[in-house]
Design a protein around this ligand. Structure first.
Ligand SMILES: Cc1cc2nc3c(=O)[nH]c(=O)nc-3n(C[C@H](O)[C@H](O)[C@H](O)COP(=O)(O)OP(=O)(O)OC[C@H]3O[C@@H](n4cnc5c(N)ncnc54)[C@H](O)[C@@H]3O)c2cc1C
Length: 328
């Protein structure tokens, strides 16, 4: 016996979680399906320790704390949340409802779908240095969970991007020594301010360098050798050398796509009636790829989904005090 949901949200990043809260608050039966085991998307993965300054209402909030707050807000309306499942196919039925099928063949049934899956599922590009496998997990890491585990340690960050700068600056606060190893001359996709902050920090930046060899005792890393022969005594390495992003799914779901993302109208409607998009997944003129934009788009997408299910539903909600427990 299948269970039909009003709204199924693909992706449990900040946008998907907030979408689930807003959908639940509007009295819609809501489900979230997330590929990773953990929730929080890019914020949880790339910069849980970074302070975020551009979300309204916060003078500055750690990524991890923001994810916890958004998750708790979502849980307050009790959506069904499924993690560790990737949506592979979406089939629209003759009655206008959708069947979403996961990589494991599990089927989910929904009247509407909100795509909040960013640029698609992603995996980290692994470090390509001989012998790295034995240090993976213990000394080589691909995300910066719990910065305090690096307190008093010597750490190398391997990255050419803003993620590496963010990690290095977060580590600088607790680690004894931080080395940022960039294979190029410049950093990619950075703001001038990021580079200025890095230059004013105690982080040792090694440009045009790669790790040539790893040194260790058993499974414990003790150091690395760079291309120019420099030896660094480091106990941990954090690697961000890009992502393997699976982009092709949106087109395979029958959606129109633009640069791997989903063009939407001002109501967050996609090219398929009953499917909406929000957050980094959505694209429209002057779009900003920011957390707060995702929150705003989430509200619009849910309002559109509510009206798709029931054309008499309110177009929008002005007062959550009045609305909180109301049904459409
Ligand atoms: C280094 C860095 C720093 C940033 N700093 C800031 C900042 O200071 N302020 C700010 O506002 N923004 C910042 N951003 C941008 C911000 O992180 C994004 O705009 C935001 O995280 C987008 O959230 P999202 O939920 O839309 O997408 P994501 O966070 O990408 O979440 C999408 C989720 O969907 C899941 N998913 C994908 N495909 C499927 C599928 N088929 N089935 C199931 N699940 C799926 C993914 O696993 C992922 O968890 C930064 C980005 C980066 C990379």
């Amino acid at each position: 016996m299948y269970e039909m949901f009003d709204v199924t949200i693909i992706g449990g990043g900040t946008t998907g979680l907030y979408t689930s809260f807003y959908s639940g608050m509007r009295g819609l039966k809501t489900k979230v399906i997330e590929y990773h085991q953990g929730l929080g998307g890019k914020v949880a993965f790339f910069y849980p320790e970074k302070k975020i300054y551009d979300v309204g209402g916060f003078l500055g909030v750690r990524g991890e704390d923001l994810v916890t707050d958004v998750e708790n807000q979502a849980l307050s309306v009790q959506p069904a949340i499924i993690t560790g499942e990737q949506i592979r196919t979406i089939d629209k039925q003759e009655d206008g409802t959708f069947i979403l099928t996961t990589a494991d063949g599990e089927q989910h049934f929904s009247k509407t779908v909100i795509v909040a899956s960013g640029m698609g599922t992603f995996e980290m590009e692994p470090l390509q240095v001989k012998g790295s496998a034995k240090y993976e997990g213990r000394s080589i890491h691909y995300t910066i969970q719990n910065v305090n585990q690096y307190a008093g340690k010597k750490v190398a960050v391997i990255s050419q991007s803003r993620v590496g700068i963010d990690w290095s600056l977060a580590l600088e606060k607790v680690a004894e020594e931080v080395h940022l190893i960039n294979c190029g001359e410049e950093f990619k996709a950075v703001y001038e301010q990021d580079v200025e902050t890095l230059e004013q920090s105690t982080v040792h930046v090694h440009k045009n360098q790669q790790v040539e060899a790893l040194k260790g005792e058993g499974q414990v890393l003790t150091g690395v050798t760079l291309q120019d022969g420099t030896e660094l005594d480091v106990e941990h390495i954090l690697v961000y050398e890009g992502l393997n992003i699976e982009k092709s799914l949106y087109a395979s779901w029958g959606l129109e796509t633009e640069k791997g993302r989903i063009p939407v109208g001002t109501d967050m409607c996609t090219s398929i009636d009953g499917m909406f998009a929000a957050g980094d997944a959505a694209i429209y003129p002057s779009k900003t790829m920011l957390i707060a934009s995702g929150f705003s788009e989430a509200m619009t997408a849910v309002n559109s989904a509510a009206m798709h299910i029931n054309p008499k539903a309110k177009a929008q909600v002005y007062s959550t005090v009045i609305y909180k427990h109301a049904k459409d």
